[in-house]
Structure formats: C-alpha cells, structure tokens
Write a protein that binds this ligand. Structure first.
Ligand code: NAD
Length: 368
C-alpha cells in the first residue's frame, strides 16, 4: 500500500494502539491553516483498518470545510475508534485515547460523534484538556443539538428568502425526515410559527409525541411512513436523519423547491448537487446549515459565551445567502459554490505563520 498517496491531502495521520485497553484508533489531521484541528471521535466496529482509515480521512477533510464556512478559527480533523460501542467501551480505553490526543500537544481537539457520548469524554478529559462537548457539570457547553437546530431554522429562513423572496417560516409546508435530537426541535419551532409539516421517523413514538404537541400549537403535522417522505407535496425537504438521502432515486421523487436540514453528507455523490441545481431545487449545503453544534464546541475553547454562540449561529443565514449569490453569479451549483467559498477563505490565510508559538503553545487565546 502506498500510504503517502492515500493520505496525500492530509497533514498528519496517527495510528493509536494500546494493547492493554484494546484501543485501536486513528486520528487524522487534514488542514490546520485556520487553526488547530477540531473534530469528533466516531466509534464503530469497522470491518477493516482500511475502512476506518477511509472514513477518518473523508470526515476530517469535511471538517476543514465546515470550520472554514463557520469561520471558527479551527482546522479540520477527526478520529475513529475501531470497536463496538455497545460492548467494547471502558473508562480506561477513553483515558488511553485521551493520552494519544494529549501527545499531539494542542494540534487536535475532539469530542463526541456517532457511537460515543459526552460521558465517554469525561474519562478522556482526565488525560488531556483538548476535549470539547462534555456535560456542563464537567465544564463543557452541554447539548450541541440546541444550536444545531437553531442553525437549521436560520438556514431554512435564508433558503425561503432565496426561493420566495421572504424569509417567513409560516405559510409553507415542510417534509422533515428524522425527529431525533435536532429534527424534533426544528419541528417544534416550525409548528410554533404556524407551519404545516409532514414528518417521518423509524421511531413511531417520536412522531406520535410530535402529533400530541402540535395540538397546542398553531401549525399542523401529518405523519407519513418511511420513504413516502421523499414524495410528499411540500415546499422544503428537511433531512435530519441519514446521509446519502439525495441520490438518483430520491431526486426523481422530490416535489419540493428547496432542501435544508441537519443531516451530514446529504448528497450521495457530488453530481447530485448539480442535478438538483439543474432541476431548480435549491440545496442548502449541509455543512453550512448544521454548523451550530460546531460553533458551540469551538466557542467553549475560548471563554464560553452563549450570546456569542447565538450570534454566530444566526450568521448561518447570511453565509447561506452569500453562497446562493456566488452560485447564481458563477452559474455553478450551491454545493460547489460552498466548497469554493471555503477554499478561498483558507487560501487567503495560508501565508500567515503557524498557529504555534516557539514554546508550542497555541497563539490564540484558547483556554484549554
Ligand atoms: P439522532 O440520532 O438524535 O436522531 C436521528 C433520528 O433519525 C432518530 O430519531 C432516528 O430514529 C431517525 N431515523 C433514522 N433512520 C431513519 C430513517 N430511515 N427515516 C426516518 N428517520 C430515521 O441524531 P441528531 O443528533 O438529531 O442528528 C440528526 C442528523 O444531523 C445526523 O445526520 C447528524 O449527523 C446530523 N448532525 C447533528 C448535529 C448535532 O448537534 N446533534 C450536528 C451536526 C449534524
């Protein structure tokens, strides 16, 4: 295997092996032009090391773009632990992981992602201060789905403005896929505003709970089964569950004018962004819309300030309108316009000196 060509776009990839605790992890640092790398830690029973490596390389690159778009002065990184989150976790495993993170001396900050919880990182935080998103009682900033959901609402408002000329939430119909931590909060807010919803979740109890809540709110909600959500007659599709849901099949089904939701990696392939654009469906790039949680954990590393998180999350509205304008001016799809916007932001700062001072302390006012 030609390792260096596999990781050619990345600055550093660290394989972490601790036989004592059974820890097998990979940390990938994609780009630190904008600041130390920041990205969550995913735990999955990957079938092969190659599968884990591909995942961490793809995810860490995505974080570079997400940080650039949210303008948080952090770079892109991510980590994966190879193992079953249901049976292979232990406090010692996360402490061992924390020691590997600490060995990078502030080049990489991490926290929860799929398969890991804030409590897991309480253990890791005993070995390193480069941990974000632990519970508030341990000094973290708490539930990141609250700012993520708020960001989705501002993303929808900007998208409505671009499509219909006014950013009101009411008077439109939304198809929400997934009523979990983010989707449920988004649905509640839309109902409060008097919007009409179609919702689907494989967890029927979540749909029932929303239907109950809607009885006291001005909006309306209709629960639909599984894949029927793609074909409903709605104005905006709001994916808040899985990635890859914009694909050859669903594009044919969709009747909406716009897509704006929290799910990561919504486009199955790059060309699906162009396909939506050609069909006149406005796509709000996922990593811009769902950046509220990232904004909160990045903020935690300075002097945590809820007002600042709120202001930066609301700015998702203007970032999106800028991307839509770039897309229109250049005649390119919105996904491509968002990538270009981030690449230009990174390029503009490339010529600054490294973020480390001579004594290896981060230059910025990061508290931990
Ligand atoms: P969650 O696990 O709390 O909720 C996901 C929901 O989707 C669950 O209720 C689940 O039952 C439902 N679901 C799963 N498969 C489905 C299907 N086929 N059809 C309909 N519903 C289905 O996750 P979350 O934190 O709400 O995140 C939702 C999405 O947003 C994920 O893609 C996540 O990566 C992304 N995201 C979340 C955050 C955050 O702060 N939580 C930040 C950025 C991005």
């Amino acid at each position: 295997m030609d390792v260096f060509s596999e990781i050619s776009g990345h600055e550093q990839v660290v394989f972490c092996n601790d036989p004592h605790t059974g820890l097998k992890a990979i940390i990938a640092i994609h780009n630190t032009t904008l600041g130390p790398a920041l990205g969550g830690c995913r735990m999955r029973p990957y079938a092969t090391v190659n599968e884990a490596l591909n995942d961490v390389l793809r995810l860490s690159k995505g974080m570079t773009y997400k940080c650039a778009a949210a303008d948080v002065d952090f770079g892109g990184g991510k980590s994966v632990i190879i193992g079953d989150p249901l049976g292979e976790k232990s406090p010692e495993l996360f402490r061992a992981f924390g020691q590997f993170v600490e060995s990078l001396k502030g080049r990489f900050y991490t926290g929860t992602d799929m398969g890991t919880t804030p409590e897991d990182f309480v253990h890791a935080s005993k070995e390193t201060q480069c941990i974000v998103g632990i519970p508030e009682e341990y000094g973290g900033s708490g539930d990141s789905s609250i700012p993520t959901a708020l960001g989705v609402i501002y993303g929808i408002k900007a998208t409505n403005k671009a499509v219909w000329g006014d950013d009101a939430l009411q008077g439109r119909t939304y198809a929400i896929q997934g009523l979990g931590k983010v989707g449920f909060k988004v649905a509640e807010r839309l109902l409060e505003e008097g919007a009409d919803l179609f919702v689907s979740d494989i967890n029927e109890a979540a749909c029932e709970l929303l239907v109950q809540k809607a009885k006291d709110l001005p909006g309306s909600v209709k629960s639909v089964r599984g894949e029927d959500i793609y074909g409903v007659s709605a104005d905006v599709f709001v994916p808040c569950a899985l990635g890859g849901i914009i694909n050859d099949w669903t594009i044919e089904e969709l009747k909406v004018k716009a897509i704006a939701g929290s799910a990561n990696n919504q486009l199955e392939r790059e060309e699906h962004g162009q396909d939506l654009w050609r069909r006149g469906i406005l796509y709000a790039p996922d990593y811009i819309v769902n950046a509220g949680g990232l904004i909160q954990v990045a903020d935690e590393l300075y002097e945590p300030n809820k007002q600042r998180v709120l202001t930066k999350t609301k700015a998702i509205y203007t970032s999106l309108l800028e991307v839509y304008k770039h897309s229109e001016d250049r005649g390119i799809c919105t996904a491509e316009a968002a990538d270009l916007f981030c690449e230009q932001r990174i390029e503009a700062r490339k010529h600054r000196s490294s973020f480390f001072t001579a004594d290896r302390k981060p230059k910025w006012n990061i508290k931990r």
